[in-house]
Design a protein around this ligand. Structure first.
Ligand code: CDP
Ligand code: CDP
Length: 220
């Protein structure tokens, strides 16, 4: 029987690294739910649609053709025949995605699309509302957390490794701002799902977190 693992948590708590590691170890399909919000945003940006105009974004979605498929063990999608990957990380997308992610019709489309992926097989899905909204009945719900200072350091180290010249204090400020927006927004805020296993990874290695999730799922 196929299984769906839901992994939620704040920015830089390790969701994507842990989810990819768990998916590789268990042979499950990795799903980055944020990519769908980014996909809608990318489509709006390239079509010149104002992301603060919810009606226009929703109309554009209705006129767009999405197709989901599995590539290299991860779920991916095309929009009107194009497969955005690097494009989803562009600055314009990053800066506009928060507007798109609060539009209820867009969330409905993304949530239903994510739910439909179960027909591909067992999934490891990361996001903010996977255990609360997308798969609330999954017996495998995890909420990853870590102290804000540790999460900011993780992001800072990544930026430095990528050759960016950001200041540690700026990374901390930006992370705190994101935490606040994610947990106080009206639609599907970031909260611990009932029955979720909370993992505080402040002093755990990535491998230890992956093994904690894998052992929990295997023990069932
Ligand atoms: O997806 P999310 O924003 O939650 O986090 P991420 O992109 O996976 O980034 C977490 C960063 O912290 C990565 O560089 C990991 O290698 C590192 N890390 C971790 O994820 N978990 C730990 N227990 C320790 C470090
Ligand atoms: O990786 P990062 O934390 O930068 O963001 P992401 O996971 O790619 O998500 C992009 C945007 O979509 C963020 O503004 C999230 O708050 C939002 N999002 C969401 O509302 N619900 C999800 N399940 C996943 C992402």
């Amino acid at each position: 029987m196929s299984k769906t693992i839901a992994i939620d948590g704040p920015s830089a708590s390790g969701k994507s690294s842990v989810s990819k590691g768990v998916a590789a170890e268990l042979g499950f399909i990795y799903v980055d739910s944020g990519a769908l919000y980014r996909g809608v945003t990318w489509q709006a940006v390239r079509k010149g649609v104002d992301v603060t105009n919810a009606e226009a974004v929703v109309n554009l979605l209705h006129d767009s053709d999405w197709d989901f498929f599995i590539q290299d063990g991860a779920s991916t999608f095309s929009i009107d025949g194009d497969v955005p990957v690097q494009e989803l990380r562009e600055k314009e997308v990053r800066e506009n995605v928060a507007h798109v992610a609060v539009i209820p019709e867009i969330r409905k489309f993304v949530v239903e699309s994510l739910q439909s992926l179960e027909h591909f097989g067992s999934l490891v899905m990361e996001g903010r509302d996977i255990g609360t909204v997308v798969f609330p009945d999954s017996p495998y719900k995890f909420y990853l957390d870590a102290d804000p200072e540790e999460r900011a350091m993780r992001r800072y180290r990544e930026l430095v490794a990528a050759g960016e010249s950001e200041k540690a204090e700026e990374v901390m400020e930006s992370l705190k701002k994101r935490d606040k927006i994610d947990s106080t927004r009206k639609v599907d805020p970031l909260t611990v799902a009932p029955g979720a296993q909370v993992i505080d990874s402040t002093s755990m290695s990535l491998e230890e977190v992956i093994q904690t999730v894998v052992n929990f799922v295997r023990a069932d």
